[in-house]
Ligand binder design. Structure first.
Ligand code: GLY
Ligand code: MN
Length: 470
């Protein structure tokens, strides 16, 4: 973790912005898989991590602005527990490490809130785990809905206003995660062979994160069916002629994430059509990267990429008409159904639990409800310190084509006759991570092979002794 001063300073800023009242920051609990003592990997709440750095379950912090108190609530391990866990830090050690000068037993948190709830506002974030909701209900009473209605928007906004701007120390930790992520992708490209199962390659990608004492920042997507945006099935066999879409990221011990995607041929080369479509996605990504700078809305960057995709598909004969008009009408969403990217930091979709309307949008710029734009997690103006992903893709989804074709939706822009030939194409996504700077943007982490030539070179080296067609 960072030195205690970092956390003290972060809380000072938060207190100034919120002004008065009691801020409640519950940490996460262990979560049993099939019985209480057999848990999922423990993941601390990212906001709790941001303001304390303490990566342990069953803790909560109260920041009482009016009483000028910051209290860590937690329990000392009993001797019965120590028999199973070995020595663990005392609550005093944990509190000191975060610059919190008071600690109390966990149960006193409820008493504290009960005592002061009549004369102070209690501020809390949207609960995303059942145990958060239960704790809040115990303290504040009321139904699930009533608790959700009391979530503090000023607290959300104050936190988003801090966590969106990554400091130099945070940038270097994100780059550490991105560099492990790069290794995971090189591993995928160097280990995939025709005849292997997707899960065999996926397990090697996962191993790279573990090898660096890391975890996954989200479940790996590794599939020959890249057209399914979040495909978590790994049972297909890789065949020459297929492409593998690998979307994976590492999370390091302090919680920072990487998130990248590469798409590569199972054989030594892309087919002609695969290469053409790949280059369209690559050009769309490059045009988006060129546009990244402080002051531009990410929504506009997204639309630049959408137009490039539409233009490219027009050159291949799948679309027709004016790209501006087509994108304005939403015709490109037959091929690019989601958003160009999202914020990244302590969460792979940073702060998504606080609400996309606050993280990715503003009071003036609201999220669209249109197919395509409704999946754009980030629309607001970029500012120095924001960390974002840029991940355009082309996804040929037969079910969506069939649905649109039935009503000839956007027929002025889509060459439906040509789509039959590409029905089984699959999907291509290319994703890298960037930080917005005063001047423009910097790629985070080491460059990872990305052009057709670079990817085919890796695949040729990997498969050199194997006789295959592609
Ligand atoms: N890389 C997974 C996602 O951004 O949703
Ligand atoms: Mn992503």
């Amino acid at each position: 973790m960072f030195s205690s001063d970092v956390y003290t300073r972060r809380r000072e800023i938060l207190k100034k912005r919120v002004g008065s009242g009691i801020i409640l920051l519950p940490g996460n609990e262990e979560s049993g898989i099939n019985y209480a003592d057999n848990h999922y990997h423990f993941r601390q709440d990212s906001t709790f991590l941001y303001y304390t750095g303490i990566n342990k379950p069953h803790l909560a912090v109260i920041i009482d602005i009016d009483a000028d108190k910051e209290i860590l609530f937690g329990d000392e391990a009993t001797i019965d527990e120590l028999v199973w866990t070995g020595p663990v830090p005392s609550c005093k050690n944990l509190a000191d490490s975060a610059g919190l000068h008071t600690h109390r037993p966990y149960d006193e948190m409820e008493k504290y809130l009960h005592t002061y709830r009549a004369d102070r506002n209690i501020y809390f974030l949207p609960p995303y785990r059942p145990e958060h909701l239960l704790k809040l209900q115990k303290v504040l009473g009321g139904s699930n809905r009533e608790i959700r209605d009391q979530v503090s928007v000023p607290l959300i906004k104050a936190i988003v206003d801090q966590r969106s701007y990554k400091t130099a120390e945070e940038r270097s930790l994100i780059e550490e995660a991105v560099n492990i992520t790069c290794e995971m992708h090189v591993e995928a490209m160097r280990s995939a062979r025709p005849g292997m199962k997707e899960y065999e390659v996926m397990s090697r990608v996962h191993q790279k994160a573990l090898e660096h004492n890391g975890q996954l920042s989200f479940p790996i997507i590794l599939t020959v069916n890249g057209q399914t945006l979040h495909n978590h099935y790994y049972g297909n066999t890789l065949s020459d002629g297929d492409m593998v879409l690998c979307d994976a990221g590492a999370e390091i011990g302090m919680g920072y994430a990487g998130d990248m995607t590469r798409t590569f041929p199972v054989g030594k080369r892309f087919t002609n059509l695969q290469r053409e479509i790949y280059d369209i996605v690559l050009q769309a990504q490059q045009s988006a990267i060129d546009a990244l700078a402080p002051g531009i809305e990410f929504r506009e960057v997204h639309l630049i990429a959408c137009r490039k995709i539409f233009e490219g598909l027009k050159a291949v004969g799948l679309t027709k008409g004016d790209p501006h008009e087509a994108v304005e009408a939403g015709a490109h969403t037959l091929f690019f159904q989601c958003g160009l990217g999202h914020m990244m930091g302590l969460d792979v979709h940073d702060m998504e639990n606080l609400g996309e309307e606050y993280v990715g949008y503003t009071d003036e710029l609201k999220k669209s409800k249109e197919f395509g734009l409704k999946s754009l997690r980030l629309g607001r103006k970029l500012e120095p310190g924001f960390v974002v992903t840029v991940e355009p893709g082309i996804y040929i989804i037969p079910e969506l084509i069939d649905q649109w074709k039935e009503t000839q939706k956007h027929k002025a822009f889509i060459n439906y006759d040509k789509l039959d030939d590409v029905r089984d194409f699959g999907g291509i996504r290319i994703e890298d991570d960037f930080i917005i700077t005063e001047e423009g943007t910097d790629l985070l982490g080491n460059p990872l092979p990305k052009t057709v030539e670079e990817i085919e070179e890796i695949r040729r080296e990997t498969l050199q002794e194997i006789q295959i067609h592609n």
